[in-house]
Design a binder for this molecule. Sequence first.
Ligand code: KG4
Ligand code: ZN
Length: 349
Amino acid sequence: MKKSDKSEYPVILAIESSCDDTSAAVISNGKVQSNIISSQLIHSQYGGVIPELASRAHLQAVGTTVRAALERAKINIQDIDAVAVTTSPGLAGSLIVGSHFAKGLAIRYGLPIIPINHIEGHLYSGCLEDDSLEFPFIALVASGGHTALFYTESYEKYTLLGSTIDDAAGEAFDKTAKLLGLGYPGGPEIDRLAKQGNPAKFIFPRSMMHDGTYNFSFSGFKTSIRYFIEREFPNGVPQEILPDICASAQEAVAEVLVAKTMRATKEKNADAIVVSGGVSANSRLREIFAEKASKTGTKLVIPRMSYCVDNAAMIGFAAARKLIEYGTEAFRDYTFCVSSSALRAERKH
Ligand code: KG4
Ligand code: ZN
């Protein structure tokens, strides 16, 4: 691919390193030319992400991941128009590794650099997946680090409707799995076991489901699972009960996520729903969303998994929109810092 192939869309090299995935992507003509995701397996033995180890693993992976993204896209670094990088929210050390690498490239090749909010990447991944998706839509972002609902009016205007006040939905899955002696990350394991289980066998809390806000809470859910296991199975959970517990726990989390999203869609009069973040892989969540959305005639977009998990393609896509809107000269600041803190309710540029 040559630089002259591009139309109005610039060629962007994007880097994402906010948590435990090192990812690099090339976006050109608004299309994903490559999206390499290198996941850090080291954390599984600890049952959660260890920040210090994550930073070190990013340092080891970032160079080869960027090179692989360029090679897969069949593009030379000289043909890149801009570099994009995730700068918030996330683990500070992890964000610093990606940002530093991106700055080095941008300065070396005289390129503009676009700092991107990770959540914005998730938000617009629905547009990346489906270019017929129209605004306004409701976006649910549910992963190991965040659970939030947005009203999305345009590429530059979105409003945070609510978010978790404690644990994220993915964390609820991961912690439940840990209590059950399953591996990390726990979501896929729970999903797999739940397929053979009865979701109505046990009733776990649907916290804040009908509280009238768009916020979520999963810490009470996690505590109730812990008490349940201690009370019912003090000598350990028998293997044959696991599917029922997984199915019942999964049902509780999925129901709350769907109920709040559907209420937001109705109240905001939105025509479409986007579900993103690693938890969107959950098969029961997808099933309930599909059922509810078809009943209300609402368009449902759940991007392919490589755009749902932490990935650089969504960062590059968000950056492309900003470059088109503001032009390259708006992105010549090489002094920006990273921020680990979470969401801003509304963000411009
Ligand atoms: O977006 P992601 O890859 O990374 C971040 O946390 O940002 O999401 C990972 C989370 C983990 O908590 C994992 O357990 C959860 O997504 N997850 C799932 C499933 N696949 C991944 N949760 C429920 N069901 C799944 N099938
Ligand atoms: Zn994420």
